[in-house]
Design a protein around this ligand. Structure first.
Ligand code: ADP
Ligand code: MG
Length: 238
């Protein structure tokens, strides 16, 4: 488990400033949803937490330690993407164990971790299957399995459900929340879908054009939006 803070983060790509003075404090075990329109900087922020993108200014802090210069591999953070791209030539077990294998984890320990994660995600019966033999929802669960086997301090999700159909999306929301209740891993979940944010978040961070508009519990934002942007965004249907 871990506390995550980002403090006065800025990010520019050349002359283009895409994140301006963003600060967020995330408590141990919290499920925080970053929501905002396409292009507002959600993925960039997540990638800076993961270390896949350098910050232009400000600090990424985990458990009171500034980790700006820490290599992504050493951050103990696992990220699940929208295009989760499983390795097509590897079965589910191999896909889930790949990062462990790269880190030199022994076969027996690897299998124990894979099987434990498979149990959590209802994938036990599918371990020897190949990605092409799985449904969209099953593939997404394997992608989560790849993150879980590493037992990270922090989970980052970047629009993990946006490639799924509406019905499956609703089911997967519930699965991800159930997973969080069970593992209690600190999570930052990105979506542009207001309904997803309202139903999943402990705390919602509403972003717009590289800035934070408001941070609060779902009902707080709904009942007491700070401005018209938040009111319009949270109040309108997905
Ligand atoms: P979101 O995830 O909210 O849709 P992004 O974080 O992907 O937004 O992008 C925020 C802004 O930063 C956009 O204007 C995007 O075009 C720009 N951007 C993202 N990555 C790069 C990059 N590598 N080079 C230049 N501009 C980028
Ligand atoms: Mg994005």
């Amino acid at each position: 488990m871990a506390k995550v803070s980002i403090r006065q983060i800025e990010k520019s790509f050349g002359a283009l400033k895409v994140i301006e003075g963003v600060s967020i404090d995330i408590e141990d075990g919290q499920f925080v949803v970053l929501v905002g329109p396409s292009g507002c900087g959600k993925s960039t922020l997540l990638r800076m937490i993961a270390g896949l993108e350098e910050v232009s200014a400000g600090d990424v802090v985990i458990d009171d330690k500034v980790i700006n210069d820490l290599h992504p591999k050493d951050r103990d953070i696992a990220m699940v993407f929208q295009n989760y791209a499983l390795y097509p030539h590897m079965n589910v077990r191999e896909n889930m164990g790949f990062s462990l294998r790269l880190n030199g984890v022994h076969t027996s320990e690897r299998n124990a971790k894979i099987e434990q994660a498979a149990g959590v995600l209802n994938l036990e019966a599918l371990l020897e299957r190949y990605p092409r033999e799985l449904s969209g929802g099953q593939r997404q669960r394997v992608a989560m399995g790849r993150a879980i086997v590493r037992d990270p301090k922090v989970f980052l999700f970047d629009e993990p459900l946006s490639n799924l159909d509406a019905k499956l999306r609703v089911a997967m929301r519930a699965e991800i929340k159930a997973l969080h209740r069970r593992l209690k891993t600190t999570t930052v979940y990105v979506t542009h879908d207001q309904i997803e944010a309202m139903t999943m978040a402990d705390v919602i961070v509403v972003m717009n054009a590289g800035r934070v508009e408001q941070i609060g519990r779902p009902l707080e934002l709904y009942d007491r939006p700070d401005n018209l942007f938040v009111a319009g965004f949270i109040g309108s249907p997905a």
